[in-house]
Design a protein around this ligand. Structure first.
Ligand SMILES: NC(=O)c1ccc[n+]([C@@H]2O[C@H](COP(=O)([O-])OP(=O)(O)OC[C@H]3O[C@@H](n4cnc5c(N)ncnc54)[C@H](OP(=O)(O)O)[C@@H]3O)[C@@H](O)[C@H]2O)c1
Length: 309
């Protein structure tokens, strides 16, 4: 056990900083569960997919291309439905969702895991800054098109990040979603992760009165491919032995919170929460702002409507 894990201990769920995804599902049988995971070919998504499938869940494995989804699943035992879902291309996301509707898939969990971080230069696609488009709008399209497929006790889990605290002063700059009035890599990443958190909060509000849940997750800080666009001293330090020991979780630990929210029976009682270390955590003030959550939802609907999907 790492020093940090020992110091932090476990929380009310019985799990904590040091818990792994394998520990979370240890006593579970997930046969009959149908779980959609985006970003299934790398890092936390790949590990979560492996862990859930080993316990019997059928995985709808979404990646940017069908080849990536097939490659990620081909050596695993279990049941998989590989799907192409390029989150920065609204037509690809809509095609993926519509195919699942056409197949009559009933879905237990939509795990919105895929993401990109801190693009060094402003990139604009379909009139939107690329992290906002990929991390938020792509998943918004996927979720909203699949809402009728979600089972009565279905769950939506969105990967946010503690970096949601790096969002702009306004929280979400609804008047600067193309970044043209100012762009900073971490601020834009923070904004997109705040959007993931607010999307979970607003969805949970819309689920009130049902058994469906929606929650957001900060997985910890884990060395995955996510840092591919970031350079500099902080990333180098995190990769060093000392940085690793002090600040980093392993991939099995990083996958624990999303695995808990997706699969653990006890997690059914949580909705509209922000999780870290497998327990309810505190978010920024913007992360609790339900007026902003509603405004973001309405703006996202407008954006998606204009795509004419
Ligand atoms: N690692 C951390 O420390 C950390 C901390 C806080 C939050 N998170 C969040 O955790 C999630 C998983 O990240 P990770 O650490 O596992 O990173 P990762 O190893 O880079 O995996 C990210 C996944 O997202 C996919 N993806 C990226 N852009 C996409 C697009 N346009 N369409 C479809 N899929 C796309 C990637 O596919 P390709 O391989 O094809 O690019 C990959 O499968 C992210 O949402 C991230 O923001 C991670």
């Amino acid at each position: 056990m790492s020093l940090v894990a020992a110091l932090k201990g476990n929380g009310p769920t019985g799990f904590g900083y040091g818990s792994t995804a394998d520990e979370v599902v240890k006593d579970l049988n997930l046969e009959g569960k149908n779980i959609l995971i985006t970003g299934c070919n790398s890092g936390l998504g790949l590990y979560t997919m492996q862990t859930l499938s080993q316990k019997g869940a059928r995985i709808i494995a979404a990646a940017r291309t069908i080849e990536k989804a097939k490659n990620a699943t081909q050596d695993l035992s279990g049941e998989f439905l590989p799907m192409a879902c390029e989150l920065s291309e609204p037509t690809s996301v809509a095609k993926c969702a519509d195919e699942l509707v056409k197949r009559g898939e009933h879905i237990d969990v939509i795990l919105c895991n895929a993401g990109i971080m801190a693009l060094p230069k402003l990139q604009v696609q379909h009139g939107l800054e690329l992290q906002f488009l990929t991390n938020h709008i792509g998943h918004f399209i996927l979720i909203t098109r699949l809402l009728d497929q979600l089972k009565d006790d279905g769950r939506v889990v969105l990967l946010s990040s503690s970096a949601h605290q790096m969002a702009p002063k306004k929280g979400i700059e609804l008047d600067n979603l193309d970044g043209k009035q100012g762009y900073k890599p971490w601020r834009a990443y923070g904004q997109s992760k705040l959007a993931n958190l607010l999307c979970a909060r607003e969805l949970a509000r819309r689920f009130e009165g049902s058994h469906k849940t929606a929650n957001a997750v900060h997985p910890g800080v884990i060395m995955t491919n996510l840092g591919r666009h970031s350079q500099g001293d902080v990333i180098n330090f995190l990769g060093s032995t000392l940085g690793n020991a002090l600040f980093l979780k392993s991939i099995p630990q990083g996958a624990a919170s999303q695995t808990y929210l997706a699969a653990h029976p006890d997690a059914a009682k949580y909705s509209g929460e922000y999780f870290a270390d497998c327990n309810v955590a505190k978010s920024s003030a913007h992360g609790k702002d339900m007026a902003l959550a509603q405004a973001l939802w309405e703006k996202s609907e407008e954006i998606v409507k204009d795509f004419n999907l």
